[in-house]
Design a protein around this ligand. Structure first.
Ligand code: IDP
Ligand code: MG
Length: 139
């Protein structure tokens, strides 16, 4: 059965006009868009999504950034989708990201790093459920 993961094109990715480039990379690498919407997160919604990072020093800045403009939320589906998406994204810090990854090619900083991707099966279930209901995800 195809695995699912949550992808977010962050406000910097939308501002840089690279939505299409990013989705192209997913579709060219065996991932299918199973759900998608564009939203402008409130500060509270961003805080709820990143609650796991609430004790980190960058939490306030991160949630301000994530609510600074619209984002594209997607459920990606495919074999090994969680890891595949993480590979395509590259390392959190674009300076350390491998050549050819989304973050290496587009990100400006460790905070403004263009995309989010779930980091494991349990995180994926929480993150998909945070933004999408069952009838919004296409099998
Ligand atoms: P990930 O997005 O690669 O999974 P996480 O460690 O889960 O990275 O961090 C979540 C997000 O928090 C990152 O994508 C980035 O936007 C931001 N972030 C992570 N580390 C730092 C930091 O040291 N300074 C500022 N922002 C950070
Ligand atoms: Mg993470």
């Amino acid at each position: 059965m195809a695995e699912k993961t949550l992808s977010i094109i962050k406000p910097d990715g939308v501002r840089k006009n690279v939505i299409g480039d990013i989705i192209k990379r997913f579709e060219s690498n065996g991932l299918k868009v199973a759900a998608m919407k564009m939203v402008h997160l409130s500060r509270k919604e961003a805080e709820g999504f990143y609650a796991v990072h609430s004790a980190r020093p960058f939490f306030s800045s991160l949630t301000e950034f994530m609510s600074s403009g619209p984002v594209v939320l997607m459920v990606l589906k495919g074999e090994g989708a969680i890891l595949k998406n993480r590979e395509l994204m590259g390392a959190t810090d674009p300076a350390k990201a491998a050549a050819g990854t989304i973050r290496k090619d587009h990100a400006d900083s460790i905070e403004a790093n263009i995309v989010h991707g779930s980091d494991g099966p349990e995180t994926a279930v929480f993150e998909i459920g945070y933004f999408f209901s069952g009838i919004e995800i296409f099998e």
